[in-house]
Ligand binder design. Structure first.
Ligand SMILES: [Zn+2]
Length: 310
């Protein structure tokens, strides 16, 4: 069965059984990564597989959302990077194999990884007998990226982030959690009828949302944020916002949380019953409107709350 993460020891033994090195194994895993895609609009399955410097293999696949503008889509390479970042992969992506040539958007997003110019890439729809790896720098000459805007000390994606955030009203309003629970309990038509479960797991949902915001990569806007989603079984999945130096390829926190949901084996998106977005109030880049739009479409009865942080 196709998996989104393969342990270092499994990767070694899979390669050994085929008489290959692990980098040589990657192209043969692209088809199974493609099978994980959810592209109901294009029906074009893209798979990306990456070898992390810690020896693990991570996969990504494209995800499309009917009824929403195309820019809400998740590309396979972006999925792969989100999967790596969320599971402590890294600090470097050493090799990657993709089913089709990466689009400009993904080539740009890859620039948020330190020294990605040296990452070796192979495109498997051009796959011949021997995989033809070449450096990322060869497919994006004259790059623009974090090295143009940030100092060397600022952490990049795959490096540890702690944005030192806490809930805005935490100390002022000791009864906030009780009020939230009362609100949820009185709105039983929300959350696909799972409001009881949401009430029970509400603290966990907010905690994970804050963690995701603390771990987010927002060095260009200074507007860190994160999302936590809960499914109808009460399981919680978190996703951190990740900015691109070129703005548009940025990974929104709802999309990042959907990646976590898929990696953990989540099914249809309508099984998501509650969400919390943690972001700063009144800042120049806010996710609330777009997060609401997105969640309304993919899981109409999902209840989204926004909790502000400082
Ligand atoms: Zn792309």
């Amino acid at each position: 069965m196709a998996k989104f993460i393969i342990s270092a020891s499994d990767a070694e033994s899979m390669a050994k059984s085929k008489g290959l090195t692990v980098p040589q194994l990657l192209p043969s895993l692209v088809k199974s990564a493609q099978s994980l895609a959810r592209p109901p609009i294009s029906n074009f399955h893209v798979g990306a597989v990456g070898l992390s410097s810690d020896g693990r293999i991570f996969s990504g696949a494209n995800v499309e959302f009917p009824g929403l503008p195309l820019h809400h889509s998740i590309h396979a390479e972006q999925f792969l990077i989100t999967n790596l970042a969320a599971h402590g992969g890294g600090p470097r992506l050493v090799y990657m194999a993709v089913s089709a040539a990466p689009c400009g958007h993904c080539r740009q997003f890859l620039q948020e990884l330190r020294r990605v110019c040296d990452t070796q890439i192979v495109i498997t729809d051009r796959f011949q007998e021997n995989p033809d790896y070449k450096p990322i720098s060869s497919i994006l000459p004259d790059p623009f990226g974090p090295f143009d805007l940030l100092d060397q000390e600022t952490p990049l994606i795959l490096e540890k982030h702690d944005n030192q955030l806490s809930f805005k009203d935490h100390n002022k309003d000791h009864n906030k959690d009780d009020k939230d629970r009362t609100f949820l309990a009185q709105n039983g038509n929300l959350s696909n009828g799972y409001s009881g479960s949401v009430v029970k797991n509400d603290g966990e949902l907010k905690k994970k949302g804050l963690e995701a915001a603390r771990e987010s990569h927002a060095p260009y806007s200074g507007c860190p944020c994160g999302v936590a989603l809960m499914d109808c079984e009460g399981k919680v999945y978190k996703g951190s916002y990740m900015e691109s130096a070129a703005y548009n390829p940025s990974m929104m926190p709802v999309q990042a949380a959907l990646v976590a949901y898929m990696v953990a084996g989540g099914g249809g998106f309508d099984r998501i019953v509650a969400a919390v977005l943690v972001e700063k109030e009144g800042v120049s880049v806010r996710q609330e409107d777009t997060a609401r739009l997105m969640l309304n479409r993919i899981s109409p009865k999902c209840e989204l709350r926004v909790v502000h942080c400082v």
